[in-house]
Design a protein around this ligand. Structure first.
Ligand code: GLV
Length: 328
């Protein structure tokens, strides 16, 4: 019996490639060559499955070029690289990697918050540049994290992980805003209080963004929202580029209208707006919030599980459109 064929769009852990090779005929891009849309389509043409990352766009052009495709397994929890409606119309199952990255990503949200509030990278650059010649009382004095008010916009699994860290580990008062309110038991578990977005922006000492990207969440934080924040506030974005208006943020940071920011995601990444690169009061990381070795391996294995479960056993696992396809 012939085995299904799959394509792996980017380099992933060799042991996961081997796992997939025991079920499928596999073509893989282990050199990690950057593929244009047409190159990706040529690569995936004739395949039943595609393992991809958030960098690959699954859009109508790719779907039209790959009529044999039955599943695209994203190695990411966010899936704004998927045109979900077009995938459903083409009867292609879309899957992502929830849960396995929740705690690691929440850790990183805190790492960025701590680094930005306590000026960790800025002071390290100063030291490495040989500028540390004497101690002074206000050298790199930043903002406190413990005991402050933490505002979380987007209270899914990762937002809840950040809330728990803030409340239980740092004695913070936690407020949150979300499309819908959590049920009271979950609110109590996270020790988080629901408030309007405006109240959150006006009262939080630190604001962490964890909302999924969509047309509705585009520029959740722009000039008007930044103007509501405290001048001592720190803004952290571990959600997606485009949730923050990066130009407006750079201006607010430059004019010290907020104290600092920690950003893991950017509009138009991997390009980063030059205005942000020029500032010392922003910590910049290259979209690595889920990048611990065990978590990246778990994400790759979950993407592989999705391909195996669906193409070999006919069962969707962590699927986004199973219901729309009548499979759940
Ligand atoms: C990373 O950004 C992810 O969505 O998993």
């Amino acid at each position: 019996m012939s085995r299904p064929a799959i394509a792996i769009a980017r380099a992933i852990f060799p042991q996961v490639v081997e796992r997939l090779q025991s079920h499928f005929d596999v073509v893989t891009n282990q050199q990690d060559t950057l593929l244009s849309g047409p190159e990706l389509a040529a690569f995936a043409r004739g395949k039943a499955g595609l393992l991809c990352t958030g960098s690959e766009r699954i859009d109508p052009a790719l779907l039209a070029a790959c009529p044999d495709l039955k599943i695209c397994a994203n190695m990411a929890v966010g899936y704004n690289n998927f045109d979900l409606d077009a995938m459903t119309a083409a009867r292609v199952l879309a899957t992502n990697t929830p849960d396995v990255l929740t705690e690691t990503t929440a850790d990183f949200g805190f790492a960025l918050l701590m680094a930005a509030a306590r000026r960790v990278t800025e002071s390290e650059h100063f030291l490495r540049a040989g500028q540390w010649t004497r101690w002074s009382y206000d050298m790199f004095a930043g903002q406190d994290v413990h005991g402050s008010t933490l505002g979380i916009i987007g209270m899914g699994r990762i937002g809840q992980g950040i809330a728990r860290r803030g409340a239980l580990g740092f004695g913070m008062r936690v407020i949150y805003h979300n499309r819908s309110r959590l049920d009271p038991a979950l609110e109590a578990d996270c020790q988080a209080q629901y408030v309007s977005k405006e109240e959150l922006l006006r009262t939080a000492d630190h604001v962490v963004l964890v909302v999924p990207y969509s047309a509705a969440s585009h520029h959740t934080i722009g000039a008007a929202e930044l103007a509501m924040m405290k001048p001592t506030a720190v803004l952290v974005n571990i959600a997606r580029g485009g949730i923050v208006d990066d130009v407006a943020l750079a201006q607010a940071l430059r004019e010290r209208r907020i104290a600092a920011a920690g950003l893991d995601v950017f509009e138009g990444e991997p390009q980063v707006h030059p205005d942000l690169l020029a500032l010392s009061n922003v910590v910049l990381t290259p979209h690595i919030a889920s990048a611990s070795v065990p978590t990246r391996l778990a994400m790759a294995n979950l993407a592989a599980d999705n391909l195996i479960d669906f193409l070999v056993h006919g069962r969707p696992r962590t699927a986004l459109n199973a219901q729309a396809l009548g499979l759940a």
